[in-house]
Design a protein around this ligand. Structure first.
Ligand code: HEC
Length: 145
């Protein structure tokens, strides 16, 4: 490797590191972290409610995961960053947060009941998923996602 090439390679490597660092920092807002945690629980519930077999096997994990979504949602409800970025009233943020919290609480109650069937659980999960989309449509303004 010539010296010149080595310098160029080192420069590219350091620029890449800087860009990666910036991307990580941008994603590291408390709200983004809360959303990632909510998303994990949401994916687990989607999986556990997608078929009768999955429900039979993993249905027992759903109530706790749904409660966790509601809990994180209550924290995120206080975060003013998204309403400031979107220049929208914080009351609208709180309303959309409450819709998710309510849907997640309803799913938790249903999932705790002994006789709840997979289609019932899936319907309740769909209501949670809808509450995510409804808020993202209004507040998730970063166009690269
Ligand atoms: C009250 C509004 C609101 C609700 C409800 C909501 N989100 Fe979000 N979500 C946002 C906003 C705003 C962002 C962008 C946050 C950022 O990047 O700083 C976001 C970002 C995300 C991200 C990307 C996180 C990242 O790494 O940057 C995921 C994944 C996500 N939401 C999943 C969900 C899921 C799943 C639900 C429902 C269970 C949900 N969200 C409910 C407002 C909401």
């Amino acid at each position: 490797m010539t010296r010149k090439f080595a310098v160029i390679a080192a420069t590219i490597a350091s620029v890449t590191l800087t860009l990666t660092g910036l991307a990580l920092a941008a994603d590291d807002s408390p709200l983004a972290k809360q959303m990632e945690a909510i998303n994990k629980k949401n994916n687990a519930i989607r999986k556990a409610t997608k078929s009768a077999t999955a429900w039979k096997k993993d249905g027992k994990t759903v109530a706790a995961d749904a409660r966790e979504i509601a809990k994180i949602g209550k924290e995120a409800k206080k975060d003013k960053s998204a309403s400031e970025t979107a220049k929208k009233p914080h009351a609208e943020w709180e309303k959309l947060s409450d819709a998710m919290i309510k849907a997640a609480d309803e799913l938790a109650v249903l999932a705790d009941k002994a006789g709840t069937t997979q289609p019932q659980a899936k319907d309740a999960f769909n209501a949670v998923a809808k509450s995510c989309t409804e808020c993202h449509n209004v507040f998730r303004v970063d166009e690269d996602k």
